[in-house]
Each structure stands twice: as C-alpha cells, then as structure tokens.
Design a protein around this ligand. Structure first.
Ligand code: ZN
Length: 373
C-alpha cells in the first residue's frame, strides 16, 4: 500500500488538525519537556506527526512513511518540517523514545478517551472483550526443514513471538500461527477501543479479560456489562466481573456441571421456576413457582456462572450478546484500514508501541470527528 488512501491536501489538513488538538499538542509538550533532542533535531511535533500519519494513511513501515512525507510538500508543511523531512532513521530513534516514555503516551490516550466519553454519553456502559491474531514479522516456519525438527524460539527472527491458535472466521481457515495477540475491550456503542494489550500468541485470552476491565474502569468509565464469547465463560471471570459490579454476558460453555443440569432453571415440586427479575445490589436473580402454590412464591439464586444476573435465555442477554460483533469489527478496521497489520517490527515492546500508536491515531481521528459535529 504505497499510495495514501486520501489526497495529500486533505490528508495534510486532517493531520495538522490532529496534531493541534489539545490532547496531542499536550503529548508534544510533555515530550519536549523531557529535553530529548532527536538527532538531527527534528521538532517533536513533526515526529509525533510522522507516527500518526503512518496509521492514518495505513502505511506499514517508517521507510514508506518517510518517503510519503518527503514527496508531498503539503504533508511536510503540515508537520512543520518542510525544509528537511525526517528520515526513517529519525523515526526509529523517535519510536525508541516513545517506548522509553510510555507513561506520557498512555496519559495522552487517557486524555483522548476522556474527551470521547464527554462527547458520547453512555460510552463504556457495555464493552465487548476479545483477542485477535497479529502474525509476527518473522520467519514463521515451524520446522527447520521438511520432516525436520521443530524450530527453537531462539531460531526465529522474532523470539518474543510464539505459536498461537486462531479460530476460523468466515472464509479463512483457522489454525496455528506465529506471532502475537492483541486483546481489547471495545465500547459497543461507539465501536471504539477503550483498553488493549498485546501479548505473545500462546497466552490464553481469558488471562487478560479482568485486567482489561480494570483498565477501562480506571479510565473513568462506568462499565455495566462485559460481553465475551464462550471461551471466557469460566467461574473466575464471572466472579471477577461480579466483584467489579459488572455483569458478564457469555454463552454457556458445556462443562461437566452444565451437562449435569446445574445451569437449568431452579425447580420446585410444581416444575421449573420462571425468572422473575434481578436484584443487582444483592447480586441475585429471583425465580417464581410456576403455579404460585409455593410459600414463599419465589426463591433467590445467588449469581454465578450457571445463573448469571442477566439470565442467558432472556431477550436482554441475547440483545447484549449480539453487540459483541463490535470488537471483531474493530479488530478488522484496525488491521486493514489503520495498518495494525502487517507487523513490520519485531519484539513485544515494539509491537506494543505500534498497537498504541495505531489506536491513538484512530481515537484521535474519532475525537476530531465528534468535535466537528
Ligand atoms: Zn412451586
């Protein structure tokens, strides 16, 4: 993808607008205050602009980003570096600086999310959590030769990556891949990512769900529902959500207890009891005797994975679950429209920075759009 998807003039206006937004300008100031000077001294604003341009125009490498800016005077002017545009090497050095000053980048992301929350009341109330594959920029041959031994981690060009598994999606076959996984919590209302982490591919997705939930909450969002696929349906995640005052919404995984009938509606001598409401404070659901003959008529069931606060058979559960697609759609957009893929960096820290910058560019543009309306 050598060609930017928009004409350089409007691209330049968009980029300058993003750089001058209070949140990104704040990041530039903070980075300037660290008194780091990039050889040969490009302005920090220009370097942040290079980083954002890379995602905004879906360019996989610094080399191509540097070339694009060098070839388009309007972009170079927008970045404030018309006399001499940054080289790919300046970009690499700047990326190293951003990794070293990750807390400043994180603070900028939080500031952008703050403003987005103000612009979108209800943002973060329901979040969808999932993980998605990021194949490494590396030799991914699992075996050293046909019928040969399995390659050791040190023999890959990216030893931080590992073998993971991805599920089949529409026409793509599932199977093993070598690389990383991005785990994210996406707001189902706006479709925007609110917390994310990149991990090596072999780590199970379920490990990161509660951490993502904590990050979304720390970022000031009042989360009420966490929507996840069947893979996340386990006791610790259910109870962890409950501890945080969040209702988990997942399909039921067919475990031994489920097969034994533990997830069925509670019964009385008159048959299956019917669901009669949820008490969120008590963290329990109410189930009524089908004939009303029992005294008392209703019984309370403390919430657990078998009987969540939003029972799986209800319309509310179905509706919430149908909004889970938001997270998969966002992974698709980030990968294909914002150049989260293909990875052209190696090592966990560099892949993490790449994901952070990709998502910051995306969120920054979403905020600009929200401000314009
Ligand atoms: Zn009864």
């Amino acid at each position: 993808m050598d060609v930017p998807k928009v004409a350089p003039r409007s691209a330049a206006i968009e980029l300058a607008g993003l750089l001058d937004s209070p949140e990104i300008a704040g990041l530039v100031r903070e980075l300037e205050a660290t008194r780091w000077t990039g050889r040969p001294g490009y302005p920090i604003r220009a370097m942040v602009g290079m980083a954002l341009a890379k995602s905004m125009y879906a360019i996989p490498t610094w080399t191509r980003t540097a070339r694009l800016v060098a070839e388009h005077a309007a972009l170079a002017t927008a970045l404030g570096c018309a006399e001499s545009t940054p080289s790919e090497w300046a970009c690499y050095r700047f990326a190293a600086k951003l990794r070293a000053y990750k807390p400043l980048l994180d603070a900028c992301i939080v500031a952008v999310l703050d403003r987005l929350r103000e612009a979108n009341p209800g943002m973060g109330e329901s979040i969808a959590i999932d993980g998605s594959d990021l194949p490494a920029y590396a030799n991914g041959q699992r075996f050293v030769s046909k019928n040969g031994r399995e390659r050791a981690a040190s023999e890959y060009s990216d030893p931080d990556a590992s073998w993971g598994h991805r599920s089949a999606v529409s026409t793509r076959k599932g199977g093993g891949y070598y690389g990383y996984k991005v785990h994210a919590a996406v707001d189902t209302l706006t479709g925007l990512p609110m917390a994310w982490t990149v991990e090596t591919a072999k780590d199970a997705e379920t490990t990161f769900a509660l951490g993502l939930l904590d990050t979304v909450r720390e970022r000031g969002f009042a989360v009420r529902n966490a929507i996840m696929d069947k893979g996340y349906d386990n006791g610790p995640i259910h109870d962890g959500c409950m501890d945080r005052g969040v209702c988990p919404v997942t399909p039921l995984r067919q475990t031994g207890r489920v097969k034994a009938g533990d997830a069925n509606a509670p019964t009385c001598e008159h048959g299956d009891r019917t669901f009669a409401g949820t008490d969120y404070k008590r963290q329990a659901t109410k189930w009524r005797c089908p004939t009303g003959e029992c005294k008392p008529k209703s019984t309370w069931v403390k919430a657990d994975r078998m009987h969540p606060l939003i029972p799986r058979h209800t319309e509310r559960s179905r509706k919430l679950y149908s909004s889970r697609g938001a997270v998969e759609r966002e992974f698709g957009r980030l990968k294909h429209e914002w150049a989260m893929l293909p990875l052209r960096v190696r090592g966990l820290d560099r892949v993490r920075l790449h994901a952070d910058l990709t998502i910051l560019a995306k969120l920054g543009c979403a905020l600009r759009k929200a401000r314009a309306t």
